[in-house]
Ligand binder design. Structure first.
Ligand code: SF4
Ligand code: SF4
Length: 364
């Protein structure tokens, strides 16, 4: 890439990382990476510009076909969970992009986080393309392509510091834009302290979020209100102190109590906590196909090779994404509540239903 292209790429990277809450669509279609031939791997992703550009960077030096399917310009995880990247989009992309004329094989690799919305079995029935779910993180793609093996580390969604900082930027940037713009207009000397306040709170929240726990988050938000009132009184009630006293706890409370379902891999939505739907395995039906093991982003399953079955060994980690339920060819997995009411796999598949968001669900 030339100097001008690199600068443009950097500007796009900063803008898109800062405003990831908004769609950034790129043109769908078939792209070449390097000099692919008829045996080169075919990868498929959504048409989220940030992901596509990062993917192209990760695969520099490799030869592959990249099929960009329409996903509403948003990332694969949100698109698959929200119904923008489904079996239909994948089937259409495979049938209309011309990729079948370019390769001799019929194997396509999708990001693992597409498994909530894209049914591998249906894609095969409708196109005869065999679909594999690759690693969660694109940084693992070169190793996966070289070995064709998905290690445990490649399957699990973690939330490392670099991802936490990106999340902090993503939430801080739009808030800064709105509040900073208002401050610039009303009180320009507040812009810098306000920016620092928002940035530091956002970084602190996303660095500590899962370590605080729900009860501590509520306590911290309440304590911040008390601390702000005390600081205002001590500061003699100046305009800046009053402004900070109003804004600081409001921001902190909003950041601490917002339901980040889907935007972080830390936990499921508050909805399922209230309803207590649990992932349940019918061991009798399990035939040891291991699709659930392959797609679970929280590594809830462990293989029991000796009996060709899985064990739901870490169900406490489950975020109710539904990926295992929709991919299991034996319908051995479903959601069940405390009363024994069930949401059957067919319902989850038919209505693109997962329990990640604020959804109202009645069993049956
Ligand atoms: S639960 Fe379903 S997907 Fe998982 S191993 Fe058993 S049959 Fe396969
Ligand atoms: S066990 Fe839970 S987190 Fe894992 S794939 Fe199934 S629904 Fe998703």
């Amino acid at each position: 890439m030339r100097g001008g292209g690199r600068i443009l790429d950097l500007i796009k990277e900063v803008l898109q990382t800062s405003f990831r809450l908004f769609p950034w669509p790129t043109e769908p279609g078939l792209r070449r990476i390097g000099r692919p031939d008829r045996s080169s791997p075919v990868l498929l992703t959504g048409n989220y510009d940030l992901s596509v550009r990062r993917l192209l960077r990760v695969l520099e030096g490799h030869d592959a076909w990249l099929l960009v399917a329409p996903s509403g310009g948003i990332n694969v995880w949100c698109a698959a969970a929200g119904g923008q990247l489904t079996t239909h989009q994948v089937v259409t992309a495979l049938k209309t992009s011309g990729v079948a004329d370019q390769v001799d094989h019929r194997r396509v690799i999708l990001p693992q986080l597409a498994a909530t919305g894209v049914l591998a079995l249906d894609v095969f029935r409708r196109t005869r393309w065999s679909l594999r779910f690759g690693p969660v993180h694109m940084r693992d793609l070169p190793a996966y392509l070289a070995s064709q093996e998905k290690t445990d580390a490649m399957r699990r969604v973690l939330f490392p510091l670099v991802d936490r900082l990106q999340m902090a930027v993503m939430w801080a940037a739009p808030i800064m834009l709105v509040l900073g713009g208002a401050a610039l207009w009303l009180k320009p000397d507040w812009v810098l302290p306000l920016g620092l306040l928002i940035a530091s709170m956002s970084v602190a929240v996303f660095t500590l979020y899962d370590r605080l726990g729900t009860a501590r988050r509520g306590g911290l938000a309440t304590a911040s209100v008390a601390a702000s009132v005390a600081a205002t009184v001590l500061a003699g009630g100046s305009g800046l102190a009053i402004g900070a006293a109003v804004l600081a706890p409001t921001l902190l409370t909003a950041l601490l109590t917002f339901d980040y379902t889907g935007s972080t891999p830390l936990e499921g939505g508050s909805h399922f906590e209230e309803r207590k739907w649990s992932i349940t395995l019918d061991t009798e039906r399990c035939e040891g196909v291991y699709r659930c093991w392959e797609v679970c982003p929280e590594a809830c399953f462990e293989k029991r090779e000796e009996v060709r079955k899985v064990e739901l060994a870490h169900d406490e980690r489950c975020i109710r994404c539904g990926a295992c339920v929709v991919q299991c060819p034996e319908d051995a997995l479903f959601f069940q509540d405390e009363s024994g009411a069930r949401i059957e796999p067919d319902v989850i598949r038919r209505y693109k239903l997962n329990l990640l968001g604020q959804r109202s669900i009645e069993a049956g």
